[in-house]
Design a protein around this ligand. Structure first.
Ligand SMILES: Nc1ncnc2c1ncn2[C@@H]1O[C@H](COP(=O)(O)OP(=O)(O)OP(=O)(O)O)[C@@H](O)[C@H]1O
Ligand SMILES: [Mg+2]
Length: 497
């Protein structure tokens, strides 16, 4: 690798109304390295990369590529300069096919000037296959799962044959197998001397695939470290500016009476005779590989998908949940996996998004009590350390991780007794994750019941009092975990089936 510098960003400054997102940031990237960018939610990682890709203009600063100063004023200019990016928020058009999305704006034509669908679809299929994903390129993107969409983003970024590829939290939504595929692709790209800037909150993968790490905090570069010469603690303490205590906070067991019982739920081809119960004061973890039916199960309970047979009891009474509204009326809340689609009204403010699930609490005699709404929003913004210039900021202007914190705040504030959290810590930085663990602990202490799905097995094991393992739409095993003695191997064995 040597000291061949491919990219330098020098003294970059960028402010938005009320926030200094980047303050004199300089970054130097070597040819062929995988360079991690780390930092808490809102530290400025995505903004820096959007400036590099010509989406935002820096207020000041310079970009040098291959020893020459470049003026990158648009994504097209960025592509001409050998750059490509996988966005944190998907940038795909739902109504178009996979192939159309990959080659959007540069569809090949035949000699007679017609669009050459055959060749486009063939190229798309090859790209998808190369990244280990066998989706038909004719499929409309709108019908794909979150992780499949991410694979399309990756294929698209690769299709530009760029010299430098920026990946903004590419693995946040991927399954284990897809993640392994991504790591393999990164290795192959590296062998071809392609440079990768990799944004991630996952320490494991930073150590697995990156050569160097740059840490940003509050828009300032704190340090650049050789990955092989540093450790998790050093990176984390540079990110948060303090030492973090124990990763998973301890908690007593408060398990009480049954609040939810599910009996023999079926949904054709997806859920097979699923029965379980949930108790007040309990955290119930649901583990399993992607496709095992975890999300489908909680969507069915929440009334988002129809069930073909089965019964649901809340507080001992049978309930018919035909829609999410029925579920909310019965005190059930669902934090969805796909937050962008289902979680937030992006053009509304932080405050409005938090209060929406519990308007009853802030409306008196038909009037909205502004000061109460403000106080509640402020309380949650503080508790989850949501980084925003004010509670009146529109959610669309928050960083990815901070948008997720707002979704979480909204459901925490709802007066639901049963909280179903599907991947609650995805894309959330280490400090805020701990805060979420504390909040989950507090919720069960208050007598609420929590169902948690997470692809991070250590997290499920550390937080859950009981764990259900799913495989192919069935519950294959239940573990009691009061003393936190279940091991990842035990869970994995059952998850594989
Ligand atoms: N278009 C915008 N308008 C106003 N503020 C913005 C805008 N884009 C980003 N910001 C602010 O700039 C800061 C940096 O955001 P950025 O998205 O770069 O963070 P990040 O490090 O990528 O965080 P995450 O890990 O959550 O993705 C945040 O405070 C954010 O609210
Ligand atoms: Mg970001």
């Amino acid at each position: 690798m040597g000291n061949d510098i491919i990219l330098e960003m020098k003294n970059i400054c960028k402010s938005f109304p009320g926030v200094v997102a980047l303050n004199n940031v300089s970054l130097s990237i070597k040819r062929g390295e995988v360079h991690a960018l780390c930092g808490e939610n809102g530290a400025g990682k995505s903004t820096l990369m959007k400036i590099l890709y010509g989406i935002y203009r820096a207020d000041s600063g310079e970009i040098w590529i291959n020893g020459e100063k470049r003026n990158i004023t648009s994504p097209v200019k960025a592509q001409e300069n050998g750059l490509s990016i996988i966005f944190q928020e998907f940038n795909l058009v739902d109504t178009l096919s996979v192939a159309e999305n990959i080659f959007l704006g540069r569809l090949k034509t035949t000699k007679s000037g017609k669009i050459d669908w055959k060749s486009i679809e063939k190229d798309a299929a090859e790209l998808m296959l190369h990244i280990g994903c066998d989706i038909d390129p004719k499929t409309p993107v709108g019908s794909l799962s979150v992780s499949q969409k991410q694979m399309v983003e990756i294929a698209k970024a690769l299709s530009y044959n760029a010299e430098i590829i920026v990946m903004d939290e590419p693995s946040a939504t991927l399954t284990d197998r897809e993640m392994e595929n991504l790591y393999r692709i990164i290795q192959e790209l590296k062998e071809k001397k392609i440079t990768i800037i990799y944004i991630s909150h996952k320490m494991d993968e930073i150590f697995k695939i990156t050569d160097r790490v740059t840490v940003l905090r509050d828009g300032v570069v704190i340090c650049t470290l050789d990955t092989c010469k540093t450790c998790r603690e050093e990176i984390v303490s540079n990110m948060v500016g303090r030492c973090l205590g124990q990763e998973y906070p301890k908690r007593e067991n408060y398990s009480g009476e049954k609040v939810l019982e599910v009996k023999n739920i079926n949904r054709k081809g997806v859920l097979n005779d699923v029965s379980f119960c949930l108790h007040r004061g309990e955290v119930l973890g649901i583990a399993g590989l992607v496709g095992a039916g975890r999300t489908e199960l909680v969507r069915a309970i929440f009334g988002a998908d129809r069930i073909s047979s089965g019964k649901v009891f809340v507080n001992g009474k049978e309930v018919r949940i035909k829609s999410p509204i029925d579920a909310i009326r019965n005190g059930i809340a669902l934090l969805t996996e796909d937050r962008k689609q289902q979680g937030l009204i992006l053009n509304n403010t932080v405050k409005e998004n938090i209060s929406i699930t519990n308007l009853k609490d802030i409306v008196k005699f038909g009037l909205l009590m502004n000061s109460k709404e403000n106080n509640i929003a402020k309380e949650y913004v503080d508790r989850l350390s949501v980084k925003t210039s004010s509670i009146n900021q529109k959610c669309i202007n928050l960083s990815g991780g901070n948008q997720q914190k707002v979704v979480l705040a909204k459901w925490l504030y709802s007066n639901a007794d049963i909280l179903i959290l599907d991947e609650p810590t995805r894309g959330i930085d280490v400090g805020a994750k701990q805060e979420i663990y504390h909040i989950i602990n507090e919720l069960v202490k208050m007598g609420k019941a929590v169902i948690m799905i997470s692809s991070e097995i250590p997290e499920v094991l550390a937080l859950s009092d009981r764990i259900l393992v799913m495989h192919k739409g069935r519950i294959t095993r239940e573990f009691k975990n009061e003393s936190r003695n279940v091991t990842p191997e035990q869970v994995m064995n059952c998850a594989i089936g």
